[in-house]
Design a protein around this ligand. Structure first.
Ligand code: GSH
Length: 221
């Protein structure tokens, strides 16, 4: 049986879950408390990070590499465009959300508000929370700018760039940290992606001690 070692509010795990579901690859989800750095887990991924995918007899880590591998081995439905320029734009934006958005927003907001408590590392640092909220506004405006010129984030077809972005935003939406009133096009884009069958399992996630707001799993907001 294929297995994904993940954590429900890990955006990188969510990105891989979306790709797997879109490509109809069945996996068993195994929750991994990665901060405990269990020795079996470190054997599976010496980097000590989730997600880790066991696919047949292979162990795969690094979410961007996993998604590209799935794309090559299961090309339908495609999540990468065909021409080099469009592929470049998808990869640029996947990098943007995995790196810049994660560091500036997700780590600062989710890290302080949820993971400090889950990992038992003290109280939220309000300086980080404020910086995360400030950065969120800039990122939402950048996404709005892209979506005013394209149907999806990287072009006119849905791609891994949309999954990378939705994976981050959905984690922050779980803690009500996305101001959907800031942009109608962004809200429409998220409603579109959230209503895909691939998104269902993300909307059913629960982290004990943190209840999502009612709009989190509501497909019409
Ligand atoms: N570049 C990695 C990042 C994965 C990552 O940072 N995962 C977080 C959870 S969201 C983690 O496992 N952190 C543990 C650590 O950094 O030690 C990927 O894309 O898979």
């Amino acid at each position: 049986m294929n297995r994904l070692y993940h954590f429900p509010l890990s955006p990188f795990s969510r990105k891989v879950r979306l790709s797997l579901a879109e490509k109809r690859i069945e996996v068993e989800l195994v929750e991994e408390r990665y901060w405990e750095q269990d020795s079996d887990f470190l054997r599976r991924n010496p980097a000590g990070k989730v997600p880790v995918l066991r696919l047949g007899n292979k162990l795969l880590s690094e979410s961007a590499a996993i998604c590209e591998y799935l794309e090559e081995t299961h090309p339908n439905p495609p999540l990468m465009p065909r021409d080099a320029d469009s592929r470049f734009e998808v990869r640029r934006l996947v990098g943007w959300f995995d790196d810049k958005f994660y560091t500036e927003c997700t780590q600062k907001l989710l890290g302080e508000r949820v993971f400090r408590k889950v990992m038992g590392t003290g109280y939220p640092d309000s300086t980080n929370v404020k910086a995360g909220s400030r950065a969120m506004r800039l990122h939402l405006d950048y996404m709005t700018h892209l979506l005013e010129h394209r149907r999806w984030l990287a072009g006119n077809e849905m791609s891994l760039a949309d999954f990378a972005a939705a994976a981050q935003l959905s984690c922050l939406d779980y803690i009500s940290d996305v101001d959907w009133n800031r942009s109608e096009v962004l809200k429409d884009w998220y409603a579109k992606i959230k209503s895909r069958p691939a998104f269902r399992s993300l909307l059913a996630d629960q982290v004990p001690g943190f209840l999502p707001p009612s709009h989190y799993a509501n497909l019409d907001f």
